[in-house]
Design a protein around this ligand. Structure first.
Ligand code: AHR
Length: 528
């Protein structure tokens, strides 16, 4: 049964008026946040807010690609509503073409005249026809329209080193090699820019079930020969190669990759190691519903998602042993809530609804990543459209923005900001035998000197009053809040704005900022 916190009338006006506390009569726990703005932390790499788009279900076909002849408004086949929504959240990079699909993907299938492209079965995701209408040029066009860098994953599992080398040459050669000329003949004379290159994907599982030793030997070859030949990409803009690492608790790959990196010879290098970690509320076999659940599934989902902190700490500890200078980045290039597929949907399409629980999960994970910004320099939520914890859901011409999308939109100011040290007592949120931190908070300062706070009230029953002492703060503080009446409140095609941000009143007196948060809420506060 769904637990409700606010009356329906309040929910109906959330979108239109500043949020005002509805809990004056409820005892309100106090949370004091100490912010040491003088102690500047690491830069929050904008790539922490990256996306992942796999050829899986309707993630690409329907979600991004409708084709140039579609009645759905599009630019060269790419749907305009989706591009516009993604531009608004300043997507820093998009990882493509998978996932498991990447280790079965052959790039030549997706270049050249659309009518001649090879149809294959998508064996990873339901054996549906992969028409390859969305290939290399279409993806690069999509990233360009969104304004995002690209994160390509090459096929280590079933491809060859030569195939990956050719793909990189095709994409990046700035001299008239045969492959550069083929690229030009296919419509793009200028070399593309590839910022991130994934050397395989989950090669301990769907990417070839390789032992760590086998993977490391293969990875080194791919790292050497997948050359970026675009000479404009040097220094800060140079391509970064990301090796496969940790899988939700299994550290063998990270250990093997880092050992190899420590002992490496001059001819190869990598710039990062990945971590994949999904939030599974129950078990892999029965994960639990994505909508139509109550506080028990909410509490289990939050408990599961907080494992991310331990995973990052553990992988960082391994990396620190081999790389104390933190030269290599940790890329959490797949994460998010994985629930049971929607009833009636193709189970291989991984379609799920996205609720207020997803919003809290997104905020908690983004906060964890920001706190670890010294090592975590990129993450990719799974996935961008229509798959797993999606930003965007589409149904033919209709599009809906999810609560997760709204968290990403609210968190835009944290992109490139400097983490500020903060301490607070999170207290507790308890449901039956599950006891969790009641709140979460992160503080950061942007390039214009403004302080930003992200605040999460995980508790679904008790409001919280946050106070933060900020030296020099005057009366100028504003906030935005995302909250909803139920843990599974969501936006649907018929009711697309049930969950969306509203402005939030913030009080500032004598340098003390006071914010009242209702239960089940995410807020972002700007203090001048
Ligand atoms: O995101 C769905 C799948 O999860 C990816 O294809 C794979 O890498 C992971 O197991």
């Amino acid at each position: 049964m769904t637990r409700r916190h606010l009356g329906c009338a309040i929910a109906a006006v959330l979108a239109f008026v500043p949020w005002a506390p509805a809990f004056a009569q409820t005892e309100r726990a106090a949370v004091g946040i100490e912010i040491d703005a003088a102690q500047a932390g690491p830069t929050i790499n904008p790539n922490i807010f990256g996306q992942f788009a796999e050829h899986l279900g309707t993630g690409i076909y329907g979600g991004v690609w409708v084709g140039p002849d579609s009645p759905i408004p599009n630019v060269r086949g790419i749907r305009s509503d989706v591009v516009q929504a993604l531009r608004a959240i300043k997507v820093p990079n998009v990882r493509w073409p998978g996932g498991c699909f990447a280790d079965e993907y052959h790039w030549r299938d997706g270049v050249g005249p659309a009518s001649e492209r090879r149809h294959r079965l998508n064996a990873s995701w339901g054996n549906v026809i992969e028409p390859n209408s969305f290939g290399t040029h279409e993806f690069m066009d999509f990233a360009d329209q969104v304004g995002a860098e690209v994160f390509l994953s090459v096929n280590v599992g079933s491809g060859t080193v030569q195939e990956a080398a050719d793909w990189l040459e095709y994409l990046t050669a700035d001299q008239p090699t045969a492959l550069a000329q083929e690229r030009a003949a296919n419509g793009h004379p200028e070399p593309y820019r590839i910022k991130y290159l994934g050397l395989g994907n989950e090669n301990w599982g769907c990417g070839g079930a390789m032992s760590p030793e086998h993977y490391v030997e293969a990875m080194k070859q791919f790292a050497i020969y997948s050359r970026n030949l675009n000479r404009a990409q040097t220094g800060e803009t140079a391509m970064q190669r990301v090796a496969v690492g940790w899988d939700s608790g299994d550290e063998d790959y990270t250990e093997a990759v880092m050992q190899a990196w420590k002992d490496k010879v001059w001819s190869w290098n990598i710039e990062g190691v990945s971590l994949h970690g999904y939030t599974i509320p129950n078990s892999w076999e029965a994960k639990g519903p994505s909508v139509g659940f109550g506080e028990d599934e909410y509490a289990k989902g939050i408990r599961a998602t907080l494992k991310m902190e331990g995973w990052i700490t553990a992988q960082t500890a391994i990396m620190d042993r081999y790389d104390p200078e933190k030269k290599l980045a940790l890329f959490v290039d797949e994460w998010g809530l994985w629930a049971d597929p929607m009833p009636g949907s193709n189970p291989a399409f991984l379609q799920q609804q996205n609720t207020m629980r997803d919003a809290v999960i997104a905020a908690l994970n983004l906060n964890i990543f920001m706190r670890h910004a010294d090592r975590v320099r990129g993450t990719n939520i799974a996935q961008m459209a229509n798959v797993l914890q999606a930003m965007i859901l589409t149904d033919g011409p209709r599009m809906v923005l999810t609560p997760t999308y709204h968290v990403y939109e609210m968190y835009v100011p944290f992109q490139g900001a400097t983490l500020a040290a903060s301490t607070f007592d999170a207290g507790n949120y308890t449901f039956e035998d599950i006891s969790l931190p009641g709140v979460d908070a992160v503080a950061a300062r942007d390039g214009e000197g403004r302080l930003w706070l992200s605040l999460v009230n995980v508790d679904v029953r008790s409001p919280r009053t946050f106070t933060a002492r900020v030296a020099g703060a005057d009366a100028s503080a504003v906030g935005r809040i995302l909250t909803a009446p139920a843990v599974d409140s969501h936006n649907s095609f018929d009711r697309p704005t049930d969950v969306q941000p509203a402005s939030l009143a913030v009080r500032v007196l004598n340098g003390e900022v006071t914010i009242d948060l209702p239960p089940l809420s995410v807020a972002v506060i700007q203090v001048r």
